[in-house]
Design a protein around this ligand. Structure first.
Ligand code: CTP
Ligand code: MN
Ligand code: MN
Ligand code: MN
Length: 371
């Protein structure tokens, strides 16, 4: 009887194991799991923990090989006890109790949804959640909710701007911006930056970032307003927030990472016509519109700060953070999007390579800065 019972148990058990192996959702990668925890702490406004999980996730992303067991991660920096415990659970079972609990948490899901709207940050999302709102229709129907202009555009173009931007679309936008800036000045310098400058294999981004400047000192101030004016005339500007430059040449760089840089910049939503893109627009086919909305960021530093701005805007955010920390902790230098200082001495640079050299680092290509 015991034998039969045991056999029965084994059978049932193996069926459960088999069954779960078949129906189990795609295995969670440890780096994605840690990113979920980082995000949940970002929503909870516990920046220390958020950063710890972001770092751990970045370290895993930067490895050229996949982690198969915890031993593979021995000697790696930034992996704390908590991150290791989550990793171990995932490596053993494909699941993490904490991560799955987070993913199914109503508050996490709601804040994730709300912050996916352009112009809605964790603070606003939290406020809406506390007010009992759980969906976009709740927000849009709630009395007494004031949406600012950015959020209104965020909702209006939600479908388009939450859809990935393809390389072909980024290229088409590059041509559009190039045309616009050349109408302002023929000696303009335009460069693709942000994620699209880093991606090699990956074909999609969530927005398109550009740096524009000119060799004529002081003239860069006029570039963005010129581009904006032209796009407006062409009927291609769906949203525009322009921040004039508050850049002060003599100011030392800030110690705080999150501080935005002081160059003139604008956050746009641009109407991209289908005809400009070879093979049509990614994801917009079939709805018969022939255009889509795309998020575009432009920043305009003076030419002598071009290399610093390019390095800063190429990202990734985590890479920038680490590079600055390295400059400060290992070299006693201050680096940010504007400048590099050794004590009170400005270290000039015309290329990114110059900056790496000042820092005593080997140059690495943008595609190696994805962590
Ligand atoms: N950045 C910045 N100051 C800002 C906005 C962005 O320094 N006001 C930098 C960030 O450090 C980031 C880069 O510019 O590394 C690009 O920002 P963003 O477009 O948000 O991210 P991407 O890395 O391009 O990724 P995605 O594909 O999601 O756009
Ligand atoms: Mn970007
Ligand atoms: Mn982004
Ligand atoms: Mn951007």
């Amino acid at each position: 009887l015991i034998e039969v019972d045991h056999l029965f148990f084994c059978l049932v058990h193996s069926c459960i194991v088999l069954g779960s192996a078949i129906t189990r959702p795609p295995l969670l990668f440890p780096q994605d799991a840690l990113e979920v925890l980082a995000e949940s702490y970002e929503f909870k406004e516990i920046p220390g923990r958020c950063l710890a999980f972001r770092r751990a996730s970045s370290v895993l992303k930067s490895l050229p090989w996949a982690v198969r067991c915890l031993r593979d991660t021995e000697g790696l920096p930034c992996l704390g006890e908590h991150s290791k415990a989550v990793m171990e659970e995932i490596l053993q079972s494909g699941h993490s109790f904490e991560v799955e609990k987070t993913l199914s948490d109503e508050k996490y899901q709601t804040l994730k949804l709300f912050t996916s709207v352009f112009g809605v940050g964790p603070k606003t999302a939290e406020k809406w959640y506390r007010g009992g709102l759980r969906s976009f229709s709740d927000v849009l129907a709630a009395p007494g909710i004031h949406l600012n202009r950015m959020q209104q555009s965020g909702f209006l173009h939600y479908g388009d701007i939450s859809r990935a931007v393809s390389k072909a679309e980024a290229r088409a936008l590059g041509n559009l911006i190039d045309e616009a800036v050349r109408a302002v000045t023929p000696d303009a310098v335009l460069a693709l930056t942000g994620g699209f400058r880093r991606y090699r294999g990956k074909e999609f981004g969530h927005d398109v970032d550009f740096i524009v400047t000119t060799r004529e000192p002081g003239k860069e101030e006029k570039l963005l307003t010129g581009i904006i004016e032209r796009l407006k005339q062409q009927g291609l500007l769906l949203y525009c927030e322009y921040n004039a430059s508050t850049f002060d040449m003599v100011k030392l760089p800030s110690h705080q990472f999150e501080a935005m840089d002081h160059f003139a910049k604008c956050f746009l939503i641009v109407r991209l016509e289908g005809g400009r893109v070879e093979g049509g627009l990614h994801g917009a086919e079939g709805d018969g519109r022939g255009w889509r909305a795309v998020r575009v960021d432009l920043v305009s530093p003076p030419m002598d700060r071009y290399a610093f701005a390019l390095l800063g805007w190429t990202g990734s955010r985590q890479f920038e953070r680490d590079l600055r920390r390295f400059a400060r902790a290992e070299r006693r230098m201050l680096l940010d999007n504007h400048t590099l200082y050794d004590k009170t001495k400005f270290l000039a640079a015309t290329t990114e390579k110059d900056i790496f050299a000042h820092l005593g680092l080997e140059y690495i290509e943008p595609w190696q800065r994805n962590a």
